[in-house]
Design a protein around this ligand. Sequence first.
Ligand code: HPA
Ligand code: ZN
Length: 334
Amino acid sequence: MNTTELIEKLPKAELHLHIEGSFEPELMFEIANRNNVEIPYKSVEEIRKAYNFHNLQSFLDIYYAGASVLIHEKDFYDLTYAYLLKCHEDRVVHTEIFFDPQTHTDRGVAFETVFNGIKKALDDGEKKLGITSQIIMCFLRHLSQEEAFKTLEASLPFKDGIIGVGLDSSEVGHPPSKFQQVFEKAKEYGYITVAHAGEEGPPEYIWEALNLLGVKRIDHGVRSLEDKALMELIIKERIPLTVCPLSNLKLCVVKDLKDHNFKEMLDQGVCVTINSDDPAYFGGYMNQNYTETAEALSLSGEDIVKVAINSFEASFIEDELKEKWINECRSMLT
Ligand code: HPA
Ligand code: ZN
């Protein structure tokens, strides 16, 4: 089996996906039109042309602007279901998606509108496409901890449908320590915690996410390699990193995919996974991320299977299902 075929056939879990980042320009146009919202682009091509980023912030500005056309429950449903169809094409059998409540509640869209639209689509995705899923709600780190507390409280009626909390948006200058108390409270409510750290920010932010926020996974974490003691810890404790290679390329975290440290971390025994982050903006969904990474870093078939196994190991699904998928991944090598 060649690499492309192997990637297409392998069952995979996606663990780092912002649902607002799966908003394709075609759907953005359609929803903007039906909601009578003006967007500053005349065509789908013009939107795509604007997707030239030089760092995280230059992307976030456009990403938040795009999300502002989402108003009704159906908008969130359509957005989420469109993503699930991509999962189905790519043999992503389980996905743990992020959403950013504050991006919507700050514009007057109710938490429940956002949540219900996403959740109904995920339920339909399980029924019709057989894709299992979880929802993780992220706090925007450029906003205050007090704002995050309000979001945490707003989530409580929907707690049964949300597995955990995360931390995203502008990293540098907004360390995990800024959110220590709200993460503490979230854990008291029974939420699992994860956080973006070490995408642009230093290894100290990864330490803080682990020691102060008690995270079970690090989102990105590509700067871990700069700190030997940190590497030892994440290898020994098998703390997963949800790496997003095409995102790293588009946001200039790496100049060339060939320079990416993914293979080095994999070889050192880190539980690294491959994910798409914001696929509508960064040029590809899961299989594109797998394929381009495999090509750039000369990943072997065994490497690729190991990464897919890592994705299930690092997921929050029950052990029995984990084992079933891991066995299926293993069988691809025989
Ligand atoms: N990093 C931080 N915040 C984000 C990202 C990201 O890659 N995508 C969407 N919000
Ligand atoms: Zn992300």
